[in-house]
Design a protein around this ligand. Structure first.
Ligand code: GRF
Length: 206
């Protein structure tokens, strides 16, 4: 089975990026990371890339007149690296370029720390779930489309947060499950394809 060529987009601490690195090293993910793209020159993810000799590109919004221009620069990096799968791992910008989204339709995935459509679009969905008084929360891995947090759902997992004492504790609990789930879902792309029927993503093994 050929290895997946992966690009990771991350803006911050990059714990999910680290999961991809570790998953490849432990052979739980049949892939290789071609490039890390970040919009944040201070991202901890950059340190992780350096440590693991992964090429990285900093694409800073302030260097571009429009978001479209920025997204097209990202597209050119993805094209150059011939990637099969683009993994958003705490990437804090909305990808809005139609050209980029069309060229990589159903090849961009994101992890959102809620059971979508609950807390769709929230930047702190775990805290929102805790403050709402939810007893269960969770995570959703979905395809990225122009509808923010609204693309076809690939995987969801329920996480019991009923014993958590704060939103931060709920986030930490959910993060553990994010890591194990993202690793499995990323690897699934080397084992089959997702057929999209309406809004449903159905896994078809090779
Ligand atoms: C994760 O909680 C992820 O669900 C959300 O942003 C956070 C990123 O964390 N999209 P990290 O940078 O991967 O540690």
């Amino acid at each position: 089975m050929p290895k997946l060529s992966i690009a990771v987009l991350a803006s911050g601490r990059g714990s999910n990026f680290q999961v991809v690195i570790d998953g490849i090293n432990s052979k739980e993910i049949n892939g290789e990371i071609k490039v890390l793209i970040t919009d944040n020159p201070e991202a901890v993810a950059i340190e992780r890339a350096k440590k693991n000799k992964i090429p990285f590109e900093i694409i800073n919004r302030k260097d571009f007149k429009t978001r479209e221009e920025m997204d097209l620069k990202i597209k050119s990096i993805l094209d150059k690296n011939k990637v099969d799968l683009i993994v958003l791992a705490g990437y804090m910008k909305i990808i809005s370029s139609k050209e980029l989204l069309t060229a990589y339709k159903y090849k961009i995935i994101n992890i959102h720390p809620s059971l979508l459509p609950a807390f769709k679009g929230s930047m702190q969905a775990q805290v929102d779930a805790f403050e709402y008084g939810c007893k269960i929360a969770g995570l959703t891995i979905h395809f990225v489309t122009e509808d923010v947090d609204g693309g076809p759902i690939i995987f969801q997992k329920v996480v019991d947060i009923s014993n958590c004492k704060s939103g931060e504790e709920a986030a930490a609990e959910i993060l553990i499950h994010e890591h194990e789930s993202y690793k499995k879902v990323i690897d699934s792309f080397s084992k089959g394809k997702y057929k999209i029927e309406g809004k449903r993503a159905i896994f078809v093994p090779y």
